[in-house]
Design a protein around this ligand. Structure first.
Ligand SMILES: Cc1ncc(COP(=O)(O)O)c(C=O)c1O
Length: 449
């Protein structure tokens, strides 16, 4: 027998990311055993509301029978087959057709991958291929915004400029240009109105492009609502001005809809909510409600043409992934899109979203609350940071919310909300009741300290 038994029997042979690994030697992680609707139950029988859909992904909650059924049906029909060498499966073709018809892109084409990181990584790789074959091999750099998150791979972790995800791993950063997150709430100068702020942000990007050499810049990637930066909404005029600016330098706009895609912002895609005109989009998470791993790269016709020409030059487009277009994942994603239509999830988001916004707005006068914001079925409460202790209130809230049975994503002192799209009005009320109790507990603890 080759099974080894670890002598001190820790429960943590599995590396769990965004965790202090030494801490993990002695402390058992939170272990979730089952879920029903928006609720989760941990191994100790404690129940939680998952108010950020498990990393913004579980769009239908944790017990949707139709998605499970779609997976089982496909498992029985054909559980595995890799798309490549011009062989594929019907569900991958059908999903490609469907996404191409839904995306707000002209003559859209679709490629599949398994994760959001992989979709962004492949897209950057495709861009480099296309540019190399249309005589612009130097156009490889990608502009990204500080605080945005686009993935965990070698090419995507440096996008967003988090020191921990890129520099700490000693990743190559030469082809990344980091610009400011357009966070009007937190980064505007005193007295600066939104238009002036937007102009300043765009000016910074223009200067960064000029410094890098416009002929070396291939694309800018952005998450239209940056949840990783604390639910930052695009300031007025930013996305239109940005598109014009990028057009002037023949730089592409990549729309990372990994979180925002599929109803989150009150439209099918955030590109529609904010009248943004991207060249390519990446999708993941809600695409399959996160029941199975699948992601997609949606490219407009011009972008795809460059790939086609390149494949003429090379004789092939030498790219595939064993699980890109996996039949079970594609079947679940197809069913997810049907469910969005059958159950009018967009209508539901538009009905329930305002209740979430009402609750957020009702907290605006609270002494601990600095700002609240919302869009679609998402939003944030930003607390005043304690002097010299930024993030400590967020941390205290994290613990207080867990004690109340509420899981929300905390970014420093900002608490993000993005519940499963199926949440009911009564459940939104319950989520906020727990949130307010947690806020009260933190407030009382501060007074007592
Ligand atoms: C906006 C955005 N893009 C990309 C990713 C990476 O997706 P994944 O974790 O599936 O690789 C994430 C993950 O949270 C994300 O939030």
């Amino acid at each position: 027998m080759l099974i080894s038994h670890r002598s001190n029997a820790p429960d943590n042979a599995t590396l769990i990311g965004f965790t202090n690994l030494r801490h993990a030697r002695t402390t058992r992680p939170m272990v979730i055993e089952k879920g029903r609707g928006i609720f989760l139950i941990d191994e100790n029988g404690r129940e939680y509301i998952e108010g950020t859909s498990s990393f913004y992904s579980a769009a239908l909650g944790f017990s949707d029978p139709d998605l499970v059924e779609a997976a089982i049906r496909q498992m029985r029909q054909l559980p595995a087959y890799a798309s490549g060498l011009y062989r594929t499966v019907p569900v991958a073709l059908a999903l490609g057709e469907k996404l191409a018809s839904m995306a707000p892109l002209a003559n859209a084409r679709v490629a599949f991958a398994s994760t959001g990181s992989e979709a962004n990584d492949f897209l950057i790789k495709f861009m480099r291929f296309g540019n190399a074959h249309r005589g612009e091999p130097k156009r490889v750099k990608v502009i990204a915004r500080a605080g945005s998150y686009h993935g965990a791979t070698m090419s995507t972790a440096p996008l967003g400029g988090f020191p921990g995800t890129a520099r700490a791993f000693n990743l190559p950063m030469d082809d990344v240009i980091t610009v400011s997150q357009p966070d009007y709430v937190n980064s505007a100068f005193a007295g600066e109105d939104e238009a002036a702020f937007t102009a300043r942000m765009l000016g910074e990007i223009e200067r960064a492009i000029e410094r890098a050499g416009p002929e070396t810049v291939g694309a800018m990637i952005l998450d239209p609502v940056s949840f990783s930066a604390g639910c930052v909404l695009p300031p007025a005029g930013y996305l239109t001005g940005l598109r014009n600016l990028l057009d002037r330098h023949s730089i592409l706009l990549f729309d990372d809809e990994v979180i925002t895609g599929f109803c989150r912002t009150g439209s099918m895609f955030a590109a529609e909510t904010f009248a943004m005109r991207p060249d390519c989009m990446t999708l993941a998470k809600a695409l399959s409600a996160a029941y199975v791993p699948i992601s997609a790269i949606v490219m407009d016709g011009d972008f795809y043409d460059a790939l086609e020409h390149g494949s003429d030059d090379e004789g092939t487009f030498a790219h595939a992934a064993t699980y890109g277009g996996h039949p079970v994942a594609a079947a679940v994603a197809l069913r997810m899109i049907e469910i969005i239509e059958e159950r009018d999830l967009l209508g539901h988001v538009r009905r329930v979203g305002p209740r979430l916004h009402q609750h957020l707005a009702s907290l605006a006068g609270h002494p601990m609350v600095f700002n609240t914001r919302g869009v679609g079925l998402g939003g944030a409460v930003q607390l005043h940071s304690l002097p010299n202790a930024a993030g400590s209130r967020g941390q205290a809230m994290q613990e207080a919310m867990m004690a109340e049975g509420l899981l929300l994503r905390v970014v420093k002192d900002t608490i993000n909300f993005a519940p499963p799209l199926i949440i009911t009005l009564a459940e939104v009320d319950e989520l906020f009741a727990r949130f307010v109790r947690a806020l009260g507990a933190v407030e009382r603890a501060e007074v007592a300290a």
